[in-house]
Design a protein. Structure first.
Ligand code: GTP
Ligand code: SPV
Ligand code: MN
Length: 594
């Protein structure tokens, strides 16, 4: 399929290791994809859904022990341990290769090896990067066909001696005690074994586009970030772009596809989605920071997605979509999940494929159930989506789930302080990774599970990038998740988040004042426009101006508590934490105790 000797030699070597019955190259054609879908339906790997209601849509169920990323089994294998840093699991590359070879050996016996040449970014763009994933799973092939740009054109773009990221995946025997997702950044290599779940096996996504790419970006002077990218169009037709980093299952897809409240829509405001999960960011010829989305689809959280919370995401999933671990409605062969609507199907199978009674109190869909949908399905996809240069950023937003500490929104004082704000991000854990849910953990720039090198060096890279760009994006922090004394979310969230974006854009344009607090600039409550907002926080309690005030406060005792946590976190990272950030922390503490 290619004249590139590096590709051919590598595939030969891998095939000798895993011993497939045959090798199939994925060419990117619809004909081949259709044959693979038919084959996967035949074996029960996927189920064809109601083709009138959901044309081109399928359902897949993972193994019950394989429903999320496994961070404790994810490794960064660099020659020197300190290059991976204390926030990553590390193994010596040679030892790891040896261990993994044992798990991979003959794992494809009797199976087909699918060779997926894929591009992260528009094929041919100088900012794109190429990879080849070898897999024994048609589900992986079908997902990669949606999530990335796949096929023979990628081989042509790699050319006769171009480089590529080498990905090897085997479901093997799905032994969770031998499940490993390992990265060799020095060799541009990713090996993943014993899993069939999204982020563990769609190697173009977190493994390549974040872990390997962040490593490459540091060496080459650009950034790979866990960020959505959106454009805000004002009534004059001008579009400003924002990138935002929130941890997994904390609202990126929702914000990226937001529909402004009616009050704004009537005036002509629009939001355009460029990306919902990953941004590759570099300095453009004009000296500003430009961001592009290396993906070609959305791997979104299903639960909570509905006509009200995210109509664009829902519309995106109505054709050519693969649903994973949702409820199957046996009456009409469609899908359902918690929060889709108030009518759970009575005759249904849960995500495990068992008969399910909605009255049982048990969840039907897995909390981390997902849809894989093509970006072109999205009603608000940006016309810049395929622009090889990406879009210029006016603002960068960090955010997380914090019940009490962080206000609805604040702005950092400058790039260096903004980097500090990103570095101290914290959030309550979600179902997107295995482990306890709802525990506060530090998750700098939402990259804790995705940074392919030492976190302290990553902070330094952020500081450095700020120095090389002119007209730096302004850096903000948001928190949609402040709760009241009854544990209810005070802020309505979703489409109403546009009101906060408006304030952010105004700050970027110097059109609105703010209050200087120890943590940064916080809005004057009257500057967040509440016109037309109607939201019942809890029965009988409609959102009012007082509620807005309550989530804009900066409580010193919570922040001083946080300072302790940040110190511990910085100390855990150790000497690589840049001195600038240590001084930022000292300055924050001083402002809080003044
Ligand atoms: P990953 O795909 O894991 O990276 O997640 P994500 O950051 O794209 O998160 P997503 O937009 O899918 O949101 C995850 C969950 O957060 C959804 O189930 C929503 O219910 C909830 N959520 C998103 N936005 C908001 C918001 O503004 N307010 C509240 N209260 N919940 C939100
Ligand atoms: C996340 O967990 O941040 C995701 C889903 O976007 S996964 O592809 O599993 O990483
Ligand atoms: Mn994500």
């Amino acid at each position: 399929m290619t004249q590139n000797p590096k590709i051919n030699a590598w595939i030969k070597e891998m095939a000798e290791l895993v011993n497939p019955a045959n090798i199939v190259w994925i060419d990117g054609s619809e004909e081949q994809a259709e044959l693979l879908r038919a084959e996967a339906c035949r074996t029960g790997e996927i189920f064809k859904l109601n083709q009138e209601k959901l044309p081109g849509c399928y359902l897949h169920r993972t193994a019950v022990n394989d429903v999320a990323r496994v961070e404790n089994r994810t490794f960064i294998c660099t020659t020197k341990k300190e290059d991976a840093g204390p926030t990553n699991n590390w193994m010596d590359p040679q030892e790891c290769y040896a261990m993994m070879k044992k798990l991979f050996r003959n794992s494809y016996t009797g199976k087909t090896m699918y060779v997926i040449p894929y591009s992260m970014g528009v094929i041919g763009s100088e900012f794109s990067k190429y990879g080849i994933e070898l897999t024994d799973s048609i589900y992986v092939v079908l997902n990669m066909l949606i999530m990335t740009r796949v096929g023979t054109k990628v081989l042509e773009a790699i050319g006769p001696d171009g480089d590529f990221v080498k990905g090897l995946h085997a479901k093997a025997d799905m032994d969770e005690n031998n499940r490993y997702i390992v990265h060799f950044p020095e060799d541009n290599t990713i090996w993943s074994v014993n899993s069939g779940y999204g982020g563990n096996v769609l190697l173009g996504k977190k493994c390549f586009a974040l872990r390997i790419a962040s490593y490459l970006g540091r060496n080459e002077g650009w950034m790979a970030e866990h960020m959505l990218i959106l454009g805000i169009e004002n009534p004059q037709g001008e579009v400003k772009y924002i990138a935002a980093a929130f941890p997994s299952a904390c609202g990126k897809t929702n914000l990226a596809m937001l529909i402004p409240p009616e009050y704004y829509r009537k005036q002509g405001y629009k939001v355009w989605c460029v990306g919902d999960d990953i941004a590759w960011i570099r300095k453009g010829p004009d000296g500003r920071l430009w961001a592009m989305n290396p993906e070609n689809g959305f791997f979104g959280v299903a639960p909570g997605t509905n006509e009200k919370s995210n109509p664009n995401a829902l519309a995106t999933t109505r054709s050519n979509t693969i649903f994973t671990n949702v409820v199957l409605n046996l009456d009409d062969n469609t899908v359902w999940w918690e929060g889709l609507d108030k009518n759970p199907p009575k005759n249904a199978l849960n995500w495990k494929g068992e008969k399910w009674d909605p009255a049982s109190g048990e969840k039907g869909a897995h909390p981390n159930s997902r849809f894989t949908a093509p970006a072109i399905n999205c009603p608000c996809i940006s016309k810049e989506f395929n622009n090889p240069n990406g879009v210029p950023l006016s603002a960068i937003i960090f955010g997380g789930r914090r019940a009490k500490t962080a206000p609805l929104v604040y702005q950092s004082f400058n790039w260096e302080h903004g980097t500090f704000v990103g570095s101290i991000m914290a959030s309550e854990t979600t179902a997107a990774a295995t482990g306890a849910v709802g525990v506060v953990r530090r998750d700098p720039m939402a990259m804790l599970p995705f940074c392919g090198y030492n976190m302290g060096h990553y902070f330094q890279h952020w500081l450095n990038m700020g120095k090389v760009v002119t007209n730096q994006p302004k850096i903000f922090h948001v928190n949609w998740f402040r709760t009241n004394e009854n544990g209810k979310f005070v802020w309505p969230g979703f489409g109403e988040n546009f009101r906060v974006l408006e304030w952010i854009i105004k700050r970027c344009e110097d059109k609105v004042d703010a209050v200087e607090t120890p943590i940064g600039y916080v809005p004057k409550p009257e500057d967040i426009n509440l016109t037309g907002l109607e939201y019942e926080i809890e029965p009988g309690h409609m959102f009012a101006f007082e509620d807005l005030k309550s989530i804009l406060t900066v409580e010193k005792e919570y922040w001083l508590e946080d300072v302790k946590g940040i110190k511990e976190f910085y100390d855990m990272i150790g000497d690589t934490v840049p001195a600038e950030l240590r001084s930022q922390l000292a300055a924050l503490e001083a402002r809080l105790t003044k």
